[in-house]
Write a protein that binds this ligand. Sequence first.
Ligand code: CP
Length: 340
Amino acid sequence: MRHFLDTEDFDRSELLGLLTLIGLLKRADKQGALPPLLAGASLGMIFEEPSTRTRVSFEVAMTKLGGHALYLKPGEIHLGQRESIKDTSRVISRMVDAIEARTLRHQTLLELAANATVPVINGLTDYNHPTQVVCDVYTMLEHKLPEKRLEDLRVVFIGDATNVCSSLLMMCTRMGMHFTHVAPARYQAPEAWREIGRRNCLVSGGSLSITDDPLAAVREADFIYTDLWWWVGQEAEIPERRAAFMPRYQVNAALFAAAPPHAKMMHCLPASRGVEATDDVLDHPRSIIYDQSENRLHAEKAILVKFIHPRLRKAPTALRQWHAGEILAFLEDRSSRPAS
Ligand code: CP
């Protein structure tokens, strides 16, 4: 069973194929011509944390493709409480065509996937956020200078080594792009991620840099990306984190002005406006944060189609008609055959 847990589970050509599929589905959708590729399919969406973009994009994507999504909000189902993760996974697998899960711990997602009999899609864990970065790289392709190829692009991520930073580092290096993480030493990408990035670069020809110097890093950036400096559960660390990042690592007008005039501003959102980035940069004409958000919808459609469509059973018309006849005959009490 193949799942979508980590971009590292896919080679460059598979990821390129996914990026192409996003474009095809987006174009069809924009023309009101999206085929109902997932008619009759259901997606179970498990959330252990709140979400705006991930929840809305997956649910709308299923509806647009002719399927249905169930929002299983935090605390609404048994998941490791009153029922093992294994049992929950096996039971839900019997009723839906795929599971999307946002779990607090990556290990929970891995356990869900290990026991699922349908594809599991990672909707963010404490380790990574692969659906976000597939969408991000697609958005970069839409906004890059026309003369640049994917493998020419320089992505500079400024801020904490978040789950989005982890996935972006891995996806960019896998695609042959040039990725720089800028943060104070204590908050830089850990060695395990760097090792994966370096291995990716050996195959792809991309590059990975880690630095504590934001001004030098943005000078050749095509895309500047930032994310929250702290998350739910890290409230006690806020004073220490604020002191480490502010003001040097804030993406503000002065830092953005040091980048090339074509550089674009990115943020996965939600943002703490005035903290990791200022309003004037987030709302700048070269900010593409809302294009990123919209592209979550198109990316989810591609991921859902890739994983669900090939598994849907399509009975021949004659067989469907035969079953309909048998059931209707029974309902109209014209059949005396006992149920078997
Ligand atoms: N970027 C992102 O995953 O947003 P949500 O937390 O709103 O889903």
